[in-house]
Design a protein around this ligand. Structure first.
Ligand SMILES: Nc1ncnc2c1ncn2[C@@H]1O[C@H](COP(=O)(O)OP(=O)(O)O)[C@@H](O)[C@H]1O
Ligand SMILES: [Mg+2]
Length: 315
């Protein structure tokens, strides 16, 4: 047997990247979720070549203080949880401190960030190795640019499907994130074309209009209900407005979009025989529950975030 040795930081980050950063859409999701966690009200995403050449996310959020920028790119460094108790009451989208170091280990990354009333910082990192760091005049907020994704992991590049498929993955994720956050204005641009634009005025129907078009949004029906554990609100289409896939059903639990087969089925079943074969409704269902009832600590690669936990007795 060869000698046992501890892996280098770059290697552990690349291994983590293998799980968290599967494709360009994962980069978009992680960066946009960070921008949301930073209390941004405007988030702009610019991509080139379906994100493989470039993903840029610009936000107007809290920014990162000059002495913490490098730390943000260190594995397991996070500002979102500090204690074990926090882990069971997570209110942010992220908390593992894995995304930035993972992304930076498989791409060329630069960041410009500033907190209010302080001069900002510029830092570049290539393949996990920090390059230039300098003070940088910038307004409050953060811009992260990720270029040449997977340039140093050719095996991963091979798994990338067509640019069209990767782009539709990105649009799908952006649409769902935008629907989960009507209070934030989102824009998505691909090589000069605007693919998404939401108003960010807090109105869910107007957000749906930004995603699926005004006509569709106008025709959707408001639903509302609650019991002791859950509050549910949302918009669903009538049987005359359908799509050829289930993809237009979005479930949002405590601010994060989730996938849940049983809920999807329940929504579709609710239409009874009113749907034609192979047609599916549009729906945006917003559910809220006490965060103690949710276990968000399921690894992203397991694709089960937000699974409901059984309530323990006497609770
Ligand atoms: N857009 C951003 N605005 C402000 N802070 C950010 C932004 N992106 C990342 N950060 C900071 O960097 C830290 C590390 O980010 P990340 O690696 O995604 O881990 P996590 O989101 O799990 O904490 C975050 O906890 C946050 O403090
Ligand atoms: Mg994060």
């Amino acid at each position: 047997m060869a000698k046992i040795r501890e892996l280098s930081q770059i290697l552990t980050n690349q291994i983590a990247a293998g799980e968290v950063i599967e494709r360009p859409a994962s980069v978009v999701k992680e960066l946009v979720e960070n921008a949301i966690d930073a209390n941004s009200t405007q988030i702009d995403v610019f991509i080139e070549e379906a994100g493989l050449k470039k993903v840029q996310v610009t936000d107007n959020g809290d920014g990162i203080a000059a002495d913490e920028v490098k730390l943000a790119f260190t594995r397991h460094a996070t500002s979102k949880i500090y204690t074990q108790e926090d882990l069971f009451r997570i209110h942010s989208l992220g908390f593992r401190g894995e995304a930035l170091p993972s992304i930076a280990s498989v791409a060329k990354v630069s960041i410009e960030t500033a907190v209010a009333d302080q001069s900002g910082t510029y830092l570049s990192i290539k393949g996990g190795v920090s390059g230039e760091e300098r003070p940088n005049k910038s307004r409050k907020g953060t811009t992260i640019i990720v270029e040449d994704l997977f340039y140093n992991t050719p095996a991963r590049l091979k798994y990338i499907r067509s640019l069209q498929a990767e782009l539709s993955n990105i649009t799908d994720i952006m649409n769902r994130i935008a629907l989960s956050h009507p209070e934030i204005a989102f824009r998505l641009h691909h090589e000069g074309n605007q693919l998404l634009h939401t108003a960010g005025n807090g109105d869910l129907r107007q957000t749906i209009a930004g995603v699926y078009g005004t006509m569709t949004a106008k025709k959707m029906k408001l639903i509302e209900g609650e019991n002791l554990d859950f509050k549910v609100k949302g918009y669903i289409s009538l049987p005359d407005t359908t799509r050829a896939s289930r993809n237009y059903i979005t479930l949002i639990l405590n601010g994060r979009f989730i996938k849940n087969y049983a809920l999807n089925k329940a929504i579709i079943d609710g239409y009874g025989s009113k749907l034609m074969v192979g047609r599916y409704p549009l729906a945006v269902i917003v559910m809220d529950a006490d965060s103690l009832l949710l276990d968000v600590n399921v690894h992203p690669s397991k694709k089960k975030s937000g699974s409901a936990k059984k309530k323990s007795s006497g609770n």
